[in-house]
Design a protein around this ligand. Structure first.
Ligand code: G3P
Length: 215
């Protein structure tokens, strides 16, 4: 499973990229708004940091508007993936953009049925939201498992990006379930590093080294 970073903060992206673990970046309108910067400027900057899929979301409600925004965003850099909400208008836009070889990521997926429709419309990626399903008492992971099973059974090439990831356990569960990618917030990535035995081990190695008078 590949790891994308789910943030529009370029400092966080730079830091995570320096660890060598980032294969792509996802943004959404809320993450962009949080940064208080111009959308296209941020997206362009990200393309200079990470050499992989960079999801940028359209804001129009109708297919025509989404297609126009999608073409404009795709022109910024070949790595831009157009993130489109899971609606009927959204799938119309996916259908048109995919035929122009513009990569698409259908977002706000909460069921395997939605994922199947998005894939058949030509989506390059689908983004099922694990955490938001858990929040309302559904099992987000079940949706990931269902999509993995259905896509494998029918040899569907659309990649599954597990999104709305809240904990390191979510990342592991999605990896076990067979998601192609997990898009992980910076804070969760940092938590994945931590283990008390690693910290204790480092402290002990240092102490033993110094106690022996080694330089
Ligand atoms: O970008 C989509 C997704 O990862 C959002 O996560 O935490 O707002 O549900 P969250």
């Amino acid at each position: 499973m590949y790891i994308f970073v789910d943030t529009a903060n370029t400092d966080e992206i730079r830091e995570a990229a320096s660890w060598g673990i980032v294969s792509g970046v996802t943004t959404n309108p809320s993450l962009i708004a949080k940064e208080g910067r111009d959308f296209k400027t941020v997206v362009k900057e990200i393309t200079g940091i990470v050499d992989g899929s960079i999801s940028a979301e359209v804001m129009a409600d109708d297919a025509e508007g989404m297609i126009a925004e999608g073409r404009e965003l795709a022109a910024i850099h070949p790595n831009i993936t157009i993130k489109i909400p899971m609606t009927e208008e959204g799938l119309k836009a996916v259908h048109v953009l995919s035929k122009e070889d513009i990569k698409t990521n259908v977002t706000l997926i909460f069921s395997a049925a939605q994922a199947l429709l998005a894939a058949r419309a030509g989506a390059s990626y689908v983004s099922p939201f694990v955490g938001r399903l858990d929040d309302i008492g559904n099992e987000g992971l079940r949706v990931i498992e269902d999509i993995v099973t259905i896509f494998a059974l029918h040899e569907i090439g659309t990649k599954i990006i597990a999104a709305s990831i809240r904990t390191p356990m979510h990342v592991l569960d999605c990896a076990r379930a067979g998601a192609d990618i997990a898009t992980v917030p910076f804070g969760v990535l940092k938590k994945m590093f931590r283990h008390p035995l690693t910290d204790q081990g480092i402290a002990q190695f240092k102490k033993d080294w110094e106690d022996a008078g080694l330089k």
